[in-house]
Design a protein around this ligand. Structure first.
Ligand SMILES: [Zn+2]
Length: 190
């Protein structure tokens, strides 16, 4: 990846910035770099408004990924490079077919937001509710009643970042366990 002949992150951004895959804009906000597949935020501390400075500042955390695999004669043109987080880079297709790559990106963008797979999370939450034996009506009642407390869960010091970001499992498991506890505590009062 340190190949001198590779275009910079900014050059790749500049090429793709107004492109779409079907209805999906590849770059939604020029000033906030994200993974172009899973939509994970790539934080930067640049105060500058200069897009070149902003995009090039995240080069350690956004990988320059070949659309047609390099080992299958994919070149280093900006048109064959795409900006992905490290996880997505590892998962992306390595083929000779550009449309396989783009279809993969499209599906990622349809199912992921901010780096989380919301479809998978839905199933995970449903299963957790079953395992923890949480009554849905009780849960709704508690959530309405203790909304503020739930927000505190996400702010408190009971979870930490892993490789720079909070994992979806930290949020889901902590929140669900807290909800279960709130329901039990509430039952204890009455
Ligand atoms: Zn990603």
């Amino acid at each position: 990846m340190n190949d001198e002949s590779m275009p910079s992150i900014y050059e790749i951004f500049d090429y793709w910035k107004d492109e779409k895959i079907k209805e999906i804009e590849i770059v939604e906000d020029y000033y906030y770099p994200r993974c172009w597949a899973c939509d994970k935020e790539i934080k930067h501390n640049e105060k500058s408004e200069d897009l070149k400075i902003i995009w090039n500042s995240v080069k350690c955390r956004l990988n320059r990924c070949h659309i047609i695999a390099k080992s299958l004669n994919g070149n280093n043109d900006v048109s064959n490079l795409f900006l992905l987080c490290e996880n997505c880079h590892a998962q992306s297709p390595d083929t000779k077919d550009k449309s396989a790559f783009m279809l993969w990106v499209y599906l990622k963008r349809k199912t992921y937001s901010l780096g989380f797979n919301f479809f998978a999370i839905q199933d995970e939450i449903k299963t957790l509710i079953e395992i923890l034996n949480i009554d849905l009506d009780e849960m709704e009642r508690i959530l309405k009643k203790r909304n503020e407390k739930l927000k505190d869960i996400l702010k408190n010091d009971e979870m930490t970042r892993h490789c720079g970001s909070i994992s979806s499992s930290s949020v889901i498991y902590l929140v669900m366990i807290k909800i279960k506890k709130m329901i039990d505590d509430d039952k204890g009062i009455f």
